[in-house]
Design a protein around this ligand. Structure first.
Ligand SMILES: [Zn+2]
Ligand SMILES: [Zn+2]
Length: 244
């Protein structure tokens, strides 16, 4: 095929309808993140200084945020997030979760996998944060499961069944960390301990809000014999007092 014809076909047929996830602009080529150059530059990457344990952005010289410094039990060993929960990424997550744009997750998952490599995480098994049966029925999918796509593609085991959310909990939106923790006691259960025993486990979720959910899941995983439990989320909530 001559070069001009091939270029014509590539530009008009094969890449038709590939649009930036964040602004809807048509892209002239498919990309790892399905994002246009302008949006990529404007995304709120969490690349400032963060707490060594939980990934909370910190401005001081301290190594840890106040909560981790005061040894509040976090359950997990280390948590990191790709973005702050703000701006365009916030809209995209809402579109994924509540408007059923499931294919977004395939691309967003690449952001997670790239951070996994950059931060030198090493997992024997990846576990998406489970949602209750009722939420699954309402939404039709678990967004955390979809966000594990790139791990499975890269040959890392993803186990979506060994931890289950066995209690329906009240909506956490208006609760603080302590109340969220209380609200979640007994909510998660490891139903297959052999899947995690003596293993390095990575929990994947969409948003790290107060961290109460992943703390509780990490706690039950450690009780079931997991050696190490790390957490990777797409977003971390904005630091206290900052709005967007
Ligand atoms: Zn864009
Ligand atoms: Zn911290």
């Amino acid at each position: 095929m001559n070069k001009k014809l091939r270029e014509f076909l590539t530009s008009t047929i094969f890449i038709k309808d590939i649009k930036c996830l964040f602004c809807g602009k048509e892209l002239d080529k498919d990309s790892r993140y399905c994002v246009c150059d302008e949006c990529l530059l404007s995304l709120p990457f969490l690349d400032t200084k963060v707490c060594k344990k939980c990934g909370e952005p910190i401005k001081s010289q301290a190594r840890y945020c106040m909560r981790c410094k005061n040894h509040v039990d976090r359950g997990f060993d280390k948590a990191r997030a790709v973005f702050l929960y703000a701006g365009k990424i916030k809209d995209v997550i809402i579109n994924l979760k509540y408007f059923g744009n499931k294919y977004y997750a395939e691309y967003l998952s690449n952001f997670l996998f790239d951070l996994y490599q950059k931060e030198n995480f090493s997992a024997d098994v990846v576990i998406p944060a489970p949602i209750s049966k009722k939420s699954f029925k309402t939404r039709g999918f678990n967004q955390a499961e979809l966000l594990c796509d790139s791990f499975a593609k890269n040959g890392i085991e993803v186990n979506c069944t060994c931890v289950q959310k066995v209690l329906e909990t009240q909506n956490q939106v208006k609760l603080d960390f302590k109340d969220r923790q209380t609200n979640l006691i007994g909510a998660f259960k490891v139903v297959d301990k052999n899947a995690v025993k003596n293993k390095n486990v990575l929990i994947v979720d969409d948003i790290f809000t107060t961290g109460a959910t992943v703390c509780e899941i990490a706690g039950v995983l450690k009780k079931a014999g997991a050696k190490n439990v790390d957490v990777l989320t797409l977003c971390h909530q904005m630091p206290d007092g900052v709005t967007n």
